[in-house]
Design a binder for this molecule. Sequence first.
Ligand code: B12
Length: 510
Amino acid sequence: MSRQLSIAVISLYALENNGVRHVASSLREAGFSVTEIYFKDWVNNNFPWPDEIEVINLIELLRERKIDVVGFSVRASAFHRMAKYLTERVRHALGLPILWGGMHPTFMPDLCIQIADYISIGEVDHAVVDFFTRMDDGEDVTTAPSFWTRRGQTIYRNDLAPLVNLDEIPFRDFHTAQDKFHVEGTAVTQGDPFITNPEYTLLASRGCPYWTCTFCSNTVTKPLYEGLGKNFRLRSVEHIIQEMEYAMALCTNIKVVRFDDEVFPIRKVWIKEFSEKWAERVGIPFEVLVDPRMVSYEPLKQLKDAGMRAICMGIQANDRVNRDFYHRPVSNAQIVEAQKVFRQVGITSNLQLIWDDPFSTEEDKDELFRMLMSLERPFELYLFGLTIYPRTHLARKLLREGLITEADIEGVNTHAFKQFRVDLGFPRAKADRRWLALIVLMNKGFLPKSTIWKLYESDYFKDNPDPLVAFAQAANLVKMAGVAGEMTLRGEMTPLLIKRWVNPRSLVTM
Ligand code: B12
């Protein structure tokens, strides 16, 4: 059935945005005309404020497409100010009703409904169809589940719709080119800006089996869904393989697939079926992220044989910080053991750390350093700066203990735009500059561990870390050049990737 309403769904600074793509697919399947707009793309550690020409192009595009309702996907809280600004500009120019969806309104509904006319909370793959069907039929939207409406000073709040069965929602669509636009610089480009990307990303699940890590969105979303379905849901293997068959026919440049799950589901029977079907019907190298608590040889070996080429694992911090601040009961010993298993399986491991927290002591950092030094090489290290999301368990605890103020929390702060990935050049305390330089050197295979121990023991660098930092930056650049070279050989280096990652003003650690 064809519907009257013409809806725009806008992604802020993300060409891949799953949220926008899923919402657009569900609405198109229900007969709505949907324009997907990819408003700018991200550049690592730098999300520049939109230029005037970009705002004007966005407004003109909405006008030309005769849009009736504008939906913004506000995925991260750091986008709050920008989404507010764009909302006001679009409203002022076109007088259209504005809807916000995504993680930020899910975290902060009372704040967001003061700005948008409507917000959606949580996942709305089915609920969004119900909301717009009511609107299209001229029925009452103020009682639509998962949606809030503001009329003047009155706010209509509704409970959430139940969580969805992931096998029952449509795939993100890659066949609608004429209704997709990328607004960037002076250009408005029609077509799907992500369809030629060599890296295809997807989720095998939603939610997280370990949902208690205090920094994570799941500590906010899981309680919202109490009684409305299981937070951690897995897609059937067949559904994933069918998506890949559909995607491979349309996205013809896929060289690698990255599973973006909170943690990739390591379940014996599922992994066996997945590995067999992936090898037989997809055959593209892929990467996953796991938790140290789920690492064991057999399933990882099956995945490796099916084409898994790299594995990410969050270490976060040392025992004490993981236990007392992050509520992550993972011991140093488990991490060392997991890395052993990765070496036995023969898989590249990308280990991830969280830095820049206000509670790790020098002893904690020393213990973390020693644990990392005890890991079997080779491994890659990714360093992330701690970003404090609103309403998370961690934000509440740190506020209570006076370790942060409201200004440190995303939404007011925009940490995710500045130091999401740690940049060695960013201003930090002397001691931290030294620790980071030492850690950055650790995964550089060309540097023997004995040299790193000597640098660690040197009293000179404790007082003067800058030469050490310069050395680590140089080693980091050599590493980056090597990685870029390998990616070029595999056909995975694109202008898009270069733009996103090679940011000379903020070089991330690798
Ligand atoms: C995968 C992922 C990414 C991938 C995205 C891949 C992709 N293809 O989209 C990458 C690595 C690119 C990424 C980047 C970032 N991410 Co991220 N990401 C995630 C993750 C793990 C899953 C997101 C996802 O795809 N979910 C599945 C989709 C279908 O769900 P969804 O996006 O929530 O969309 C649903 C609803 O929200 C809603 N919805 C969404 N948009 C809209 C719009 C409208 C109009 C409506 C009605 C509804 C609606 O409907 C959708 C369908 O149900 C989440 C954690 C999580 N559990 O959500 C973090 C998460 C969203 N990311 C987060 C952050 C901070 C970021 C970055 C800012 C980090 C950075 N500095 O690089 C960037 C922002 C990029 C950008 N410009 O948007 C935070 C946000 C927390 C916060 N409150 O700020 C989260 C919650 C992780 C966390 N730490 O807890 N991310």
